[in-house]
Design a binder for this molecule. Structure first.
Ligand SMILES: C[S@@+](CC[C@H](N)C(=O)[O-])C[C@H]1O[C@@H](n2cnc3c(N)ncnc32)[C@H](O)[C@@H]1O
Length: 409
């Protein structure tokens, strides 16, 4: 145990209960294709819509836990990866993975992310998933990470959400009231309590969707944590602003726009959709009720928004290149309509003209190129109106990203 861990309750938890469950072999069949959901290989069009994907980067995994830094190093042999954490035990496991897979591109440091500037390095991509909500001052932490970001770098942040984890916080309060600590004995009491809760307790939906409740360190992390500050949409936006950064976007637009959650003909659709952007996001968090984490990406405030902002307000969107989400499957009905499937979201069946145009989207053609291929007979303003509605929906439903004009040139 480090000196740090004897005084810091967060460090001492992760010394004893390393998180997540250690992976022994990153090349095992069930592991080798696993990547973090926010891995640039999956989201580069969202992070850097103005350019082609890269494989050579400087990547920082801030609060890397047991596996994540090694996983990045494994998938990005051309990149330099730095993993930092306050848990020596977690870093020891990362080191085992480094040795096992000869990850010469991986450096591991026992360091608080608040002190990251002492490394004297800057990064193109920073992943800090599930970490900032455990800091005494998350703003200070994010600000520190912002100071080591390259001018066009991106920070991915995942924070616990307040409303969707209401059941977790009720039980954290209960276990605190009972004086439970993080011992094996207390963990057994937690398990016993979970198994006796009535089936309509608010925790049950969370238990069904969480990967962290099937192993001991995950249960300690969920129910016996000593420092766990949840965030609302508003809190996330304030955090980014107070850290001196610019908010770029949500990893899953699905949760933050009404398209996915409310029938278009519902009387309250229009008033909700008419809210200005941050309020619309807040409203949708309240409406959804079960968003259990907020995953988003931010960049330096001095990065030119024209290099990353996606909007459908002007006709510029016609020059965007639609990029299918990596896990979106396209199926076809017997009648030749496209069906967009991205589990766990509901499938979306397109109309005949929507199917026609989307079939042209090959990751290279712009929307206007697709229109040209289809040769619609309607006047251009009607086609633009149709395209705006379709491609904005696909973006808000989290099915497509867009590259900006010139990104692939
Ligand atoms: C819930 S785990 C997440 C691990 C990893 N990011 C992942 O998603 O698999 C949180 C990790 O952050 C580390 N951590 C907590 N506070 C930290 C700090 N101030 N600086 C660096 N790491 C920290 C913990 O030791 C722990 O390994």
């Amino acid at each position: 145990m480090t000196d740090n861990a004897t005084v810091d309750p967060v460090a001492s938890q992760y010394e004893r209960w390393i998180y997540p469950e250690p992976v022994e072999d990153l090349s095992a069949p069930q592991e080798r294709d696993l990547r973090a959901g926010c891995d640039p290989a999956r989201l580069s069009a969202a992070y850097w819509p103005d350019r082609r994907p890269r494989t050579a980067m400087k990547i920082l995994v801030a609060g890397c836990g047991a596996n994540l830094a090694a996983r990045y190093a494994f998938h990005y042999p051309e990149s330099r990866v730095v993993g930092i954490d306050i848990s020596a035990a977690s870093l020891a496991h990362e080191r085992r993975l480094k040795e096992r897979h000869a990850l010469d591109n991986l450096e591991l440091r026992l360091e608080r992310l608040e002190h990251i500037a002492c490394l004297g390095e800057s990064f193109d991509f920073i992943d800090t998933s599930g970490v900032l909500h455990h800091l005494p001052d998350p703003t200070q932490g994010l600000r520190a990470l912002g100071t080591v970001l390259e001018p066009d770098g991106v920070i991915f942040v995942m924070l616990y959400a307040k409303y969707g984890r209401a059941g977790v916080y009720m039980l954290q309060d209960l276990f605190r009231m009972m004086g439970l600590e993080q011992s094996e004995r207390d963990l057994a009491l937690v398990k016993d309590c979970l198994s006796t809760l009535k089936s309509d307790h608010p925790i049950h939906r969370y238990l069904r969707q969480s990967n962290d409740v099937d192993y001991d360190a995950g249960l300690v992390d969920t129910f016996l944590h000593r420092q766990d500050i949840p965030f609302t949409v508003q809190d996330c936006l304030r955090l980014v602003q107070d850290a001196g950064l610019a908010f770029q976007g949500w990893m899953e637009n699905f949760f933050y726009y009404p398209e996915a959650q409310i029938p278009r003909d519902a009387p309250f659709y229009a008033p909700l959709d008419g809210l200005p952007e941050p309020l619309r996001w807040q409203a949708m968090e309240l409406m959804h009720g079960h968003v259990s984490q907020h995953a988003f990406y931010a960049c330096r405030a001095d990065r030119d928004p024209a290099t990353y902002r996606i909007d459908f307000e002007t006709d510029r969107f016609m020059r965007y290149v639609p990029v299918r989400r990596w896990d979106l499957a396209l199926q076809e009905t017997p009648a030749g309509l496209l069906v967009l499937e991205r589990a766990p979201y509901p499938p979306l069946t397109l109309t005949p003209p929507q199917s026609l145009i989307l079939r042209q989207a090959d990751g290279q053609r712009s929307i206007e190129d697709c229109v040209r291929e289809v040769r619609f007979k309607d006047p251009p303003e009607v086609v633009r109106h149709f395209c705006r509605a379709l491609f904005q929906d696909l973006w808000r439903l989290g099915l497509y990203h867009y590259r900006l004009p010139g990104a692939l040139g």
